[in-house]
Structures are given as structure tokens and as C-alpha cells.
Design a protein around this ligand. Structure first.
Ligand code: SF4
Ligand code: SF4
Length: 1002
């Protein structure tokens, strides 16, 4: 019985609604009215306040004006305490793109700028400017009045809306100037005046339309001139016949006024059947145009802009009369008021003062609500000001708005689903919100919930469903805020890393310039000494062993021995003298001391002769040592050429990047037609010349150093060491992934929730990846050890002076060292390509988020701009790293290829490998934690998107099943639903493919 009664309140029959709508429309060609899913018919209670005329509230004694009466950044105060201000004077200016200024709503003196409690569901305080009225004066500071506004530029009109602080009066207070710029991004064909005012008790829009219909028509014309719609539709519920008549009369009068230009757009009043919440933006769009705003989308996505009557009137007053937004119409209603009616009140007026105008009943107010009974919120105090979005003050008696009943368990009756105008699954959302499974609630489109309360209204278990959704939304917002904060921190860190990398690249370029200069002078010296080197090298080879630094060491030792012998002699002489002078020593003692002196003298003589001989030998060996030194320099002095090659390769990479940048700048200029194209062409030519020169220098240096086999082996070993480092990092990341997978599995096993088999598979796969990483590392470690051994053999061979052995050993070394050196570069480049792709995706995402935020006005624009800048910087850095690595890889390839062929020719120096290894090492070491964190985030994202796909598949299956069983009446609606769920599914699958690609690349 109860259920059938409740069901009677739920309207889901399209034919009934359409018939009612068609009944309301008169005559041929009247716009068709469609229907939206769900909805309810709660008692209206509008008659309480819509019978009395709209009146102006008396000027308040004091106003409290919050700096944040709109969505977006709060305004910044421009006044000081004690300053006198006029009505309409700017007292706080807008900050940022999404913001609105605040104007004085009375003439008086600023008495405080301080935090005061504001009318918000949070009950928190916010910064406010308090103005005390000056006597009975109401002195205005208006902007210039533009009665002939058609002569103004669109940009000036939009600026006027911004300067006048006009914001949406029907919702969250979105700045109207931003909304008026929607044409820049969307093609708009329909402007809708949302005059449905479906919420019970509220009649502010009704009285505004009845009292100021001409102003509304003119306001709509102003807005239409800015966004250029094909038609203007005034959607109004059929419970406001006076407003319908007033608007139709105003339209007729406007059309009959030949002094004005004819209307550009079709302007019509469309009466819709009374059903809550037909005043919801998406629901009214569906009613009037049969268009569905996509999930998480905006009306502009379907070519529609919606405004509220209060906002449109404020637009007209701001443009035509230069009046900033300093007042609004407020409904004072409820059973606890003896004289409910509507007032036009100055912003900042105390709620208590306004309620007094409506004569509160002696029994008092049981509950004070701001807004209506469905979507409003209870106020704990009446000592609060009204703001730009305050449309109604509902003072209820205990009987009219009783305390909420005790919540009962859900009986899964499905009433909530039938009532939901957003076609959500309120019951599931309730379970997810209650269980704090916010990710699932998000997947079930919690964000699309308009908090209309229809589900709570019909719920037989008296479950305050909307409260659960608000709680879940709050938690999700907090989590997103935290995630954004940590993401910003990560981006700041990466930005810093990228900056450091860029600075290092710049330094490297400068170093390379210096190296080029040095190389030119060295080339001259090298030519002169080339012939001498050939001769001295053979001489040095044969005398190298004898001409080692050992003689110098020997001479030093001989000198030390001579000094010690000298000291010993002096001591012996001193002891003898003391014994002789004292006269107490026996003759035998003195004889012993004399013998000591003699022995010491002999030792000294011996040391001196040894020193003399060594010195003579050293002097005769000096010329040979000099020759050996020269030969040594020519043989082992490959460190400098290797460094030069590295610098030259870096220079070549930098020159290559410079060419690409110059070409890109030229292309951009050519495409846009802006910029100095001849100058850019010159830049490209110069950059190409520099690149050609850098390539020539590098080629010459590479050929000159081809004979330096030992250096090449050494360089390969260094590259292998850097690769080892990368492999160790990969092993560490794989290890972390295993631990995380094991932890997730354990959590799932403990809680009994989650897909255990999938998690077990994850653990197995992670372990396999770890085993592979360990295998790779071991192989590389072994190979590096072998290469080291070969290097040592090379040194020994060189010392033995066998040229043939040296050549063969070099080739062997090449084979040993090049094996890991060949594998690692491709791994490095793959990783760098993945990093570049990820950075590219991040840039695109940041651009998308910024565009969306700019359009909707939601989100922190500055943060998103910083995010985009950081992402772009990261992308540039990733490209620099990849280009450098690819340049090194190209040069390293022949050496790697020749490694297995054991040719008696030294491989090309692997200086490129060193440079690349060094670069990769730097990046890996500094971003180890980031990479691990990325891997974790990617796994998390993969899991979320997989769940989303499953949910989307289930929803689509369900919708298809419903369609297959639908009767004619519901077929069209369900077909639309199937279409929507299919799109959702496609979108989810695309997201999964995107994430999967990243996972695979990882
Ligand atoms: S939440 Fe309420 S309306 Fe929805 S299924 Fe449960 S008992 Fe029914
Ligand atoms: S409050 Fe949300 S879930 Fe409930 S009926 Fe309204 S839109 Fe649907």
C-alpha cells in the first residue's frame, strides 16, 4: 500500500508528461516538450508566498559582504576600515580568471574586514567586509548606463558583466562574464531561460518574471547578442500562469516596438509540466530540446547555455543602467512566518532582519533553511547575511518540516532508481558511499548526481540518501585535492630535475665550444709531432721497463740512507766525546765507542757512494725516460680524445635539436602567418650549418681516434658500468612491484574482498619480471667482469711491448665489452622513448584539463597552468635525453656490430656509449623513486580502469536487456540509454587500452 502510494508520486511515464505538455501548448507550431527520466511531485507550497507582490526591503543598518559569494577565487579587498563607500562602489576586485568583484550594497563606512560566519553548508567563517550605513543616505556610484547597448562591442558588454560582479543567481554563482565567452569554444544554438523554479516553497523567479518581464526579455537579448543562439527558449512550469502571461505580453510588446531592431533569434515561452526537478539544468535541456548532456559534461557540449531569471535581470541592469549586482530577490516563506512574501534585498542584509519583515509566528521557527526543502540546507543561526545565491529563506514549523525519521535498512525496492532524474543507481551509490568505496561510487557516476533529493524523498526506508552522496563527494574531493597536491609536488620536483638537466645540457654545449677551440690548436700540434711519435714509440717500447720512474724512487731512498748514516755517525761521535770528557768511562767502553764511530763513518761512506752511483745512472737514463714518456702519451693518452669525442657528440646532438626547434618555429610561423618568417628561415639555415660543422668535426675526431683501441675498451667498460646501474634500478623496481602485489593479495585474502585469482596472477607475473630483471643484471655483471679482465690483459700486453698481442687483445676486448654495451643502449633508448611518450601524454592531459577548467570555471586554473608548464618542460627534457641517447646509439652501433667478428682492427671508440651511459645514469639515479612511484600509480590506474570497464560492460548489458523487453512507450528512452552506455563502454575500453599500452611499455 505504502509502496503503491509512493509509486504514484513517481512520474516516469513519458506519454502522460508529453500529453500534459502538449495540452499546455496552444496552436500549431508550438515547441514540443519532451520528458526526462524519473522525477517526483512533492507538495508545492508556492501559494504561501506568490500571492503578495514583490517589494523592496528597507535599507539595512549594516551589511556583511563575504568576499566569496561566487564560484572561483575570492575577491580581494580594495577598501580600508574607516573608508566611506557609496552604493555600488567597488570594494573588492576579482582575482584570477574565475572570480567576481564585490560592490558596496549600501552607502556607509567600512567598519571591519574580518572573518565572519557565512551562509554555507559547512557553517564555516570566511573573510567579509562590514559596512555600517550612513544615516538614510543611499548615494550611488554607478557604471556608465548603456541604454543603447546594441552600439557596444561584445567584448565591452562582457567586460561590463565582469565589472558589475554578475554571477548566476540560481546555482553555485558562476561568473556570467565567463559564461558569456562560451562562444569562443562552443557552437551555441540555444539560449534557455530556466524559469521552471521547481523546488517547493520558492517563488523568487516567479515574482521576478511577473514584476520585471520587459527587463528579462531585454536581458535575454543582451546575452543572445553575445552567444548568438538560433533560438531563445523560456522554460517555465505550468504552475506559474501569471508569469507566463507577463512574459508573453512582454514578448509581443517587444516585437511590436518598431523603434527597436527585430529580434535576431526565435524567442518563445515553453510551458513544461510541473515535475520536480524540471528546473535542473540537464533536465530542462532534455525537456525543451530532447538533448542529453553527457556524463560529467556541460550544457555547452550540446550547444545550450542556461541562465536564471535573476541573473538575466542583473545582466540587464548592469548593462542598461550601470548597476553592479548589489541586490537580489529573496523568498521569505514557511509556515512559521505570518506574512510570507518576496523581497528585493540588498546583499549582506542580515537574515534576521529579513525574517522580521515576514512576521515570524509567536511559536517561533522550528527550522530555518536556506533554499528549498529538497536542496536547501539548515542554518544554525539567523545572524548571517544573504549573498548573491540566496534565493529563499524557509522558516518552518515543527509540523511542516518534521525532524528526519529514523533510518531503516534498505529493502531494495528500487523506488530511488525510478525517481532519479539523472538515471543513476541511487541504491548502489548508497552502498558504496556507506562502505566508503568511493572509487566504485565514482564509477557509478556519483559526480552526475545533482543532489535533488528525489531518491531520499521516495525512499520507504527513510534513508537520507543525499547526505550519503554529499559525504562521499566531500571525501572524493578531499582525496582529489590531496592527490593534486602530491602531483603538484611531484611535478615541481620533475620540473626542477628537468631544469637541472637543461642547464647541464647548456653547460655541455659551452664545454663543447671550448673543446672545439682547443681541438683546433691541438690538431696543429698533432700534425707537427706525428712523425716524431712514430719513431719514439718504438724506442719507448724497448726501453720502457728500464725507464720507469723507479730510478727516481731509488735515488730518494739512497738519499735517505745517506742522511741516516750521517745522523748515526754524529750520534756515535757525540757519545764518544761525552765519555772522553766525563772521565768516568773505562778504557774498554771508550774503545767500543770509537769502534762505533768508525763503523758509522764506514756506513756513511758506503751510502754516499751508492747515492753517487744511482745519481749517475739516473742521469744517463733521463733521455730514454723522456722518450718513453712521449711514447706513453701517444699510446695511453686516449682519455683526452675520448672526452673530446663525447663533447663533439653532445655538440652534434645539441645542434640537431637546435635545427629541429628552428624548423618547428618556422613551421608554426608559416602556419599561423605570424612572426618574422625570413628571420626564422635564416635561423634554420644557420642551425643546419652548425649541425653540418658539428658532424664534420665529430667524423674527423672519430677517424683520428680509431687507432686508440685500449681507450675504446675502457670507454666500453664505463658504458657497461652505467648500464649495470640501470639494470640494478630495474631490478629494484621489479622487487618493489613484487612486494606490492604480494601485499595487495594478502589484503584481499584477509578481507575476503577483491579478485583473488587476478591478484595471484599479478604476483606471479611480478615475480617473473623480477626473475628476468635479476637474470639481466647477472648477465651484465658477468660480462662486465669479463671485460675488466680483458682490459687488464690489454695493459699487460702493452707493457710486454708486443704490438701484435696488443691488437689481438684489443679485438678480444672489444668482443667482451661490446656485448653488454650493445644490449644496454637499446634498453636505454626504449626507456627514454617510453618516458617521452608518457611526458607527451601528460602534456595532452594537462592541456585538456586546463581547457575544461577554463570552460567550466571549476578547478584551480593557476594550478593547471603550472601543471601544463611543468609537463611541457618534462617533455622537452625527455626529448633532449632521447635525442642525445639516439645520437650516441647511432655511433655506438658499428662498434657493437663488429664485436662478434673478431677483426684485427680496433673498434671505434665508444665515447658515445660513455656519454649515453653517463646521461642515463644521471637520469636513473635521480628519478629512481619517481619511476617506482609511477609504476605504482600506473598499476593502480590500471586496476581502476579495469573495474570501470567491467562496470560499463554490466551497465551496457543491463540496458540492452531492458531494451529487448521494453514496450513501445519506453523503447525510445531505453534505446538512448543503450546508446549512452555503449559510449561509456567504448570510452572505458579506450582508457584501458591507453593504460595497458603504458603498462606494456613499462
Ligand atoms: S535506498 Fe530506499 S528507495 Fe532505494 S532501494 Fe533501498 S529502500 Fe528502496
Ligand atoms: S539526489 Fe542524486 S541519486 Fe538521488 S535522485 Fe537526485 S540525482 Fe538521483
Amino acid at each position: 500500500m505504502v509502496l503503491s502510494l509512493l509509486k504514484s508520486m513517481v512520474t516516469s511515464s513519458r506519454s502522460a508528461a508529453t500529453a500534459e505538455a502538449e495540452h499546455t501548448q496552444k496552436g500549431q507550431g508550438a515547441p514540443r516538450v519532451f520528458d526526462f527520466h524519473g522525477g517526483i511531485h512533492p507538495p508545492e507550497h508556492k501559494a504561501l508566498s506568490n500571492r503578495a507582490p514583490l517589494v523592496a526591503a528597507p535599507l539595512p543598518r549594516e551589511v556583511v559582504l563575504p568576499l566569496s559569494q561566487h564560484i572561483g577565487a575570492p575577491a580581494q579587498p580594495l577598501v580600508e576600515i574607516g573608508q566611506r563607500v557609496k552604493t555600488g562602489e567597488l570594494i573588492a576586485r576579482a582575482q584570477g580568471m574565475i572570480s567576481a568583484p564585490v560592490h558596496a550594497s549600501i552607502t556607509g563606512v567600512v567598519t571591519a574586514i574580518e572573518p565572519r560566519q557565512i551562509p554555507h553548508v559547512s557553517g564555516l567563517e570566511d573573510q567579509c567586509i562590514v559596512i555600517e550605513r550612513e544615516g538614510e543616505i543611499d548615494e550611488w556610484a554607478r557604471l556608465e548606463a548603456w541604454r543603447d547597448w546594441r552600439q557596444q562591442e561584445a567584448q565591452d558588454l562582457i567586460q561590463r558583466l565582469q565589472d558589475a560582479g554578475v554571477v548566476g543567481q540560481g546555482g553555485a554563482g558562476f561568473p556570467s562574464a565567463v559564461k558569456a565567452r562560451v562562444r569562443e569554444r562552443h557552437a551555441i544554438d540555444t539560449l534557455i531561460l530556466n524559469a521552471a523554479e521547481c523546488e517547493p516553497y520558492i517563488t523568487a523567479d516567479d515574482l521576478t518574471m511577473r514584476t520585471h518581464p520587459e527587463a528579462l526579455i531585454e536581458g535575454l537579448e543582451i546575452l543572445a547578442s553575445l552567444i548568438g543562439p538560433v533560438c531563445i527558449l523560456i522554460g517555465i512550469e505550468d504552475n506559474k500562469p501569471e508569469a507566463v502571461i507577463a512574459l508573453e505580453q512582454a514578448i509581443r510588446a517587444r516585437r511590436a516596438d518598431k523603434r527597436l531592431p527585430p529580434l535576431d533569434s526565435r524567442l518563445e515561452v515553453v510551458v513544461v509540466p510541473t515535475k520536480y526537478p524540471s528546473g535542473g539544468e540537464k533536465q530542462l535541456i532534455k525537456l525543451l530540446t530532447d538533448r542529453e548532456v553527457p556524463s560529467r559534461g556541460l550544457p555547452a557540449d550540446v550547444g545550450v547555455v542556461v541562465h536564471n531569471p535573476g541573473t538575466v535581470r542583473a545582466v540587464q541592469r548592469a548593462v542598461c543602467f550601470g548597476e553592479p549586482m548589489i541586490s537580489r530577490v529573496v523568498t521569505l516563506t514557511g509556515e512559521a512566518l505570518q506574512h510570507p512574501h518576496n523581497v528585493e534585498a540588498r546583499l549582506g542584509t542580515s537574515i534576521a532582519d529579513l525574517l522580521r519583515l515576514a512576521a515570524p509566528a509567536p511559536t517561533g521557527i522550528a527550522r530555518l533553511v536556506m533554499g528549498g526543502p529538497m536542496m536547501g540546507f539548515t542554518l544554525e543561526s539567523d545572524a548571517l547575511p544573504i549573498i548573491k545565491t540566496t534565493n529563499c529563506l524557509l522558516a518552518s514549523s515543527p509540523e511542516s518540516l518534521p525532524a528526519p525519521a529514523v533510518e531503516q535498512p534498505c529493502i531494495r525496492c528500487g523506488m530511488c532508481e525510478q525517481a532519479c532524474p539523472a538515471e543513476l543507481l541511487p541504491q548502489q551509490l548508497y552502498w558504496f558511499s556507506k562502505a566508503r568505496e568511493f572509487d566504485k561510487a565514482e564509477l557509478y557516476n556519483l559526480a552526475d548526481c545533482i543532489e535533488c533529493g528525489a531518491c531520499s524523498y521516495v525512499c520507504p526506508s527513510q534513508i537520507p540518501l543525499v547526505q550519503y552522496y554529499r559525504f562521499a563527494k566531500g571525501e572524493i574531493r578531499s582525496a582529489q585535492h590531496e592527490a593534486r597536491k602530491s602531483e603538484r609536488a611531484r611535478h615541481r620536483f620533475e620540473f626542477k630535475q628537468a631544469r637541472m638537466a637543461r642547464e647541464e645540457a647548456e653547460k655541455e654545449a659551452k664545454r663543447q665550444q671550448r673543446a672545439q677551440a682547443a681541438q683546433k690548436s691541438a690538431a696543429a700540434r698533432a700534425d707537427a709531432s706525428a712523425a716524431a711519435e712514430t719513431t719514439s714509440a718504438s724506442a719507448a717500447t724497448t726501453t720502457a721497463a728500464a725507464a720507469q720512474p723507479a730510478p727516481a724512487t731509488d735515488i730518494k731512498a739512497f738519499k735517505t740512507a745517506r742522511a741516516a748514516a750521517n745522523i748515526a755517525l754524529k750520534k756515535a761521535e757525540k757519545a764518544l766525546k761525552a765519555a772522553q770528557d766525563g772521565g768516568e768511562s773505562s778504557e774498554s767502553d771508550i774503545a767500543k765507542l770509537e769502534a762505533n764511530v768508525t763503523a758509522a763513518k764506514t756506513k756513511l761512506a758506503s751510502a754516499e757512494s751508492a747515492l753517487k752511483a744511482a745519481s749517475e745512472a739516473s742521469e744517463s737514463a733521463a733521455p730514454a725516460a723522456a722518450g718513453a714518456s712521449t711514447a706513453s702519451t701517444s699510446t695511453t693518452g686516449t682519455a683526452a680524445p675520448a672526452a673530446d669525442l663525447k663533447a663533439l657528440k653532445t655538440a652534434r646532438a645539441a645542434a640537431n635539436i637546435a635545427v629541429k626547434k628552428a624548423e618547428k618555429a618556422l613551421k608554426t610561423a608559416q602556419d599561423s602567418g605570424e612572426g618574422d618568417i625570413p628571420a626564422l628561415e635564416t635561423s634554420v639555415a644557420e642551425a643546419k650549418a652548425r649541425l653540418a660543422k658539428a658532424e664534420g668535426d665529430l667524423k674527423a675526431a672519430s677517424e683520428a681516434s680509431e687507432s686508440a683501441a685500449p681507450a675504446a675498451a675502457s670507454a666500453s667498460a664505463t658504458g657497461a658500468a652505467a648500464d649495470l646501474k640501470a639494470l640494478k634500478t630495474a631490478r629494484a623496481a621489479a622487487n618493489i612491484a613484487v612486494k606490492k602485489a604480494e601485499k595487495a593479495l594478502k589484503t584481499a585474502q584477509d578481507s575476503g574482498e577483491g579478485d583473488i585469482s587476478a591478484l595471484e596472477t599479478s604476483v606471479t607475473e611480478a615475480k617473473a619480471r623480477l626473475a628476468k630483471a635479476e637474470g639481466d643484471l647477472k648477465a651484465a655483471t658477468d660480462a662486465a667482469g669479463a671485460a675488466q679482465g680483458t682490459d687488464k690483459g690489454l695493459v699487460a700486453s702493452a707493457a710486454a711491448g708486443s704490438a701484435q698481442t696488443t691488437d689481438t687483445g684489443a679485438a678480444g676486448s672489444s668482443a667482451g665489452a661490446a656485448a653488454p654495451a650493445a644490449a644496454a643502449p637499446s634498453a636505454d633508448i626504449k626507456a627514454l622513448k617510453t618516458a617521452r611518450a608518457a611526458a607527451n601524454i601528460a602534456v595532452k592531459k594537462a592541456e585538456k584539463a586546463l581547457a575544461r577548467a577554463s570552460e567550466s570555471g571549476e578547478g584551480d586554473i593557476e594550478d593547471l597552468q603550472t601543471l601544463l608548464a611543468t609537463a611541457q618542460e618534462n617533455l622537452r627534457a625527455a626529448e633532449v635525453r632521447l635525442n642525445s641517447a639516439q645520437a650516441g646509439s647511432t655511433d655506438a652501433t658499428p662498434a657493437a656490430k663488429g664485436a662478434g667478428e673478431l677483426i684485427p682492427e680496433a673498434p671505434k671508440p665508444a665515447a658515445g656509449s660513455v656519454g649515453r651511459g653517463s646521461m642515463a645514469s644521471n637520469v636513473t639515479l635521480s628519478q629512481t623513486e619517481i619511476e617506482a612511484s609511477r609504476a605504482e600509480n600506473l598499476a593502480k590506474r590500471h586496476k581502476q580502469v579495469s573495474i570501470a570497464v567491467k562496470a560499463a560492460e554490466a551497465a551496457h548489458r543491463k540496458a540492452e536487456a531492458a531494451l529487448s523487453e521494453a514496450d513501445d512507450e519506453n523503447r525510445q528512452r531505453l534505446a538512448t540509454k543503450v546508446d549512452r552506455t555503449r559510449r561509456n563502454l567504448e570510452h572505458a575500453r579506450e582508457s584501458l587500452a591507453e593504460v595497458q599500452a603504458l603498462v606494456d611499455a613499462q
